[in-house]
Design a protein around this ligand. Structure first.
Ligand code: GLN
Length: 497
């Protein structure tokens, strides 16, 4: 039976899979509803860079009824999924949100995209993002800013801005993002969603446009905790083509997700919430989570996290250094757009990079090249690397005694889309998300309620490979949380409102 785009918009990933398997609708019918919803919402939100209607139609056509095909056991069969535009997709334009890759069509699929396709996912589109994943607003895209579906006048967060926005308006039930310093968790939180930054090395980075290679991870953005675990279980696992991919056996997280919090020890730093700088609603969200955990029989202890304040300084040195090296490959010769210049090779390089990159990307390349240059290396890069080591040690020690640490996702709610702020003001918003990337540990953002019509989330971090503990905890709290009037249950937002 055809399904209206309004009904479709509020389906979770599990709902869509159930509906497909039970024969309530077919994959092509679901895709029609997805395309109608995307069409209705895009003028106001701009979450998409490239649609893949032919590819999606073909993929959906493989699952004409009941979402099953004898012998495949494909677990995402027929489900519409969106992928951030820094994951390579074979034959489909991949821009990384940059002008310099405006014409780039990769000849291969990223490791995660391969896994999605093998599981039967219908990849509908490539989502908008801050250029090369640098940013936390969605405003740094060369393809226009993305609006927050809760209120299109606000930023949706970034850099996985489109992946969060399209899930929030109900264009797809789940999307893939990348997180170098918070880019899955922060937009998930601003859009009332669940976002996982997995353990470093748990999910393949093969075929992902690199920002900071030692920090980057790929992860799912969904509306429910169960959906998130379901998708994580599909994309996680070893990939020999990514040299930092870990070989430890992967244990699926969905089977234990309903196990509750009894036996889990959770820590939080109350001083961090009282010291100021954290919006009262975000501090309150942590207290709400603590209460829900205790109410469900979990133990909560108080700890001090004295390093938090050094995170942003260290992260922005390390990330800029790595990105200045990673972006050296975009020279107009090997990939993407070439700006021809009369003066020869060097002029072509500088014209291509000068016109191809946006301001934030240039700023980081300059910052990184400066910090890595001889004479400054010890003062900046080495020092930042040492601070990073301190973070890893602090969390290793702490997580030897507790299973989970709770933190806010961001200090403050989303800013107005048209409000300019300095780079430093933007960077400071990452204070609570960068520690997990520097330590390499998994971290999950999930919503606990609404305040003034906007969602408020919390963040939980755990030891290496303990994504299972994060999902159990978040699933327990989710049962106590209510999100009033979410955009996926509303009519499409109107452009210009
Ligand atoms: N906001 C951070 C930055 O701009 C994080 C980006 C990310 O996680 N990709 O670097």
């Amino acid at each position: 039976m055809p399904i209206s785009h309004e009904t479709y918009a509020s389906l979770t990933l599990e709902d869509t899979l159930w509906g497909l398997r039970s024969g309530a609708f077919t994959a092509p019918e679901l895709l029609d509803a997805a395309l109608a919803r995307i069409d209705a919402c895009e003028p106001a939100v701009n979450a998409v860079i490239t649609m893949d209607i032919p590819g999606a139609t073909k993929a959906a056509g493989a699952w004409p009824r009941n979402g099953t095909r004898a012998g495949t056991g494909a677990s995402l069969a027929g489900a519409p999924i969106a992928v951030k535009d820094n994951l390579m997709t074979r034959g489909l334009k991949t821009t990384c949100g940059s002008r310099i890759l405006g014409n780039f069509v990769p000849p291969y699929d990223a490791g995660v995209v391969e896994k999605l396709r093998a599981a039967g996912a219908v990849i509908v589109c490539k989502t908008n993002m801050d250029e090369f994943a640098m940013g936390s607003s969605g405003r740094n895209s060369a393809y226009g800013a993305t609006g927050n579906p809760w209120n299109p006048k606000l930023v949706p967060g970034g850099s996985s801005s489109g992946s969060a926005a399209i899930v929030a308006y109900g264009g797809v039930p789940a999307a893939i993002g990348t997180d170098t310093g918070g880019s899955i968790r922060q937009p998930a939180s601003f859009c009332g969603l669940v976002g996982m930054k997995p353990t470093y090395g748990r999910v393949s980075r093969w075929g992902v446009g690199a920002l900071g290679s030692s920090l980057d991870q790929v992860g799912p953005i969904t509306r429910t905790v169960r959906d998130n675990a379901l998708l994580f279980d599909i994309i996680a696992g070893h990939d020999g083509r990514d040299s930092s991919s870990l070989e430890n056996p992967f244990v699926p997280t969905l089977p234990t997700i309903e196990d509750g919090v009894a036996g889990l020890r959770t820590a939080y730093d109350p001083g961090l919430l009282d010291r100021g700088g954290v919006h009262p609603a975000h501090a309150e969200a942590i207290r709400f989570a603590v209460k829900a955990i205790r109410g469900a029989g979990g133990e909560v202890v108080e700890v001090a996290l004295p390093l938090v304040k050094y995170g942003v300084a260290a992260y922005y040195i390390i990330c800029a250094c790595e990105s200045s090296a990673n972006l050296a490959r975009f020279d107009g010769v090997r990939y993407g757009v070439r700006e021809r210049a009369g003066g020869g090779l060097w002029d072509t390089y500088s014209k291509t990079r000068g016109l191809g990159f946006g301001d934030e990307v240039k700023r980081r390349i300059m910052m990184g090249a400066y910090a890595l240059s001889s004479g400054y290396y010890d003062a900046y890069y080495l020092k930042a690397a040492r601070v990073r080591r301190l973070f890893a040690t602090e969390y290793e020690k702490l997580l030897a005694g507790v299973d989970v640490v709770l933190l806010p996702v961001t200090p403050a709610p989303p800013r107005p889309l048209d409000q300019d702020c300095t780079p430093l003001e933007n960077y400071l918003g990452d204070v609570f998300t960068v520690p997990a990337n520097m330590a390499g540990i998994p971290a999950l953002a999930f919503p606990v309620g609404t305040h003034d019509g906007l969602p408020v989330g919390v963040q939980a971090m755990a030891g290496y490979f303990r994504e299972d503990a994060l999902y159990r905890l978040a699933r327990t709290i989710e049962k106590e949380a209510t999100l009033s009037d979410p955009p996926w249950a509303r009519p499409a937002p109107e452009a210009g409102q």
